[in-house]
Design a protein around this ligand. Structure first.
Ligand code: GRF
Length: 217
């Protein structure tokens, strides 16, 4: 069986894209990136893709009359490339309902919080301001309502007393780079079973011990 063909839409630096590129460099990994799309022509992640010889498409959304038109161009390019799974990686643009429906159960996203808590932007600051003791990251299937959809994998990190949004974001990002390639692997290997709006992992092993924050005295 061939490797699952991925498209990775980005808007920025693309460190998650890099994590996926690195995973795909292993010939035994069950997926490959066939297209990287950016809605920002100067997104740093585009250079990462080019360096690895991955086809890129840099679109400036300001060149399009409507969100629907922009999204149609993306879908057209992805279908031309034979894309089977869309992996949003810091793609900072709302998607039209048509686009989300078209890629239903064929599009995943990584978000830097433990969903369903802290949706939207600036979520590291929101978690600190709320006084949450843990945050983390989530890979989930994409639904039209922002940052919702069946959860595939999550990683939790403690929030430290002296954290700033930046230090917390950096701690979360380390985990993002681990769980995004793992989520893609689970999907590619057919290990994610959707039961309505819930994703179950086939033959899932129990995770290791709990962590408590603040630590017990
Ligand atoms: C990550 O924090 C991701 O969770 C969020 O956008 C950020 C993208 O970072 N969706 P990068 O461009 O992958 O470094």
């Amino acid at each position: 069986m061939g490797r699952l063909k991925l498209c990775v839409p980005i808007s920025g630096g693309g460190s998650n894209l890099q994590a996926l590129i690195d995973a795909c460099a292993d010939p035994t990994y069950p997926a490959e990136i066939v297209l990287v799309i950016s809605n920002k022509p100067d997104a740093g992640g585009l250079a990462r893709a080019e360096k690895s010889g991955i086809p890129i498409l840099a679109l400036n959304h300001k060149d399009y009359n409507s969100r629907a038109e922009f999204d149609q161009v993306m879908t057209y390019a992805m279908e031309e490339a034979g894309v089977e799974l869309v992996c949003l990686a810091g793609f900072l643009r709302l998607l039209s309902e048509e686009f989300v429906n078209h890629w239903h159960n064929r599009m995943i996203n990584i978000h830097p919080s433990l969903l369903p808590s802290f949706k939207g932007l600036h979520v590291q600051k929101a978690a600190i301001d709320y006084g949450a003791k843990f945050s983390g990251c989530t890979v989930h299937y994409v639904r039209f309502e922002m940052d919702t959809g069946p959860i595939i994998i999550q990683a939790a990190v403690p929030i430290h007393p002296d954290d700033t949004a930046d230090t917390l974001a950096a701690r979360i990002l380390i985990e993002e780079h681990k769980i995004y390639p793992e989520a893609v692997r689970l999907v590619a290997e057919g290990k994610v079973r959707l039961d309505g709006e819930r994703a179950d992992i086939i033959n899932n092993r129990p995770a290791s011990a709990s962590i408590i924050n603040p630590p017990l005295a």
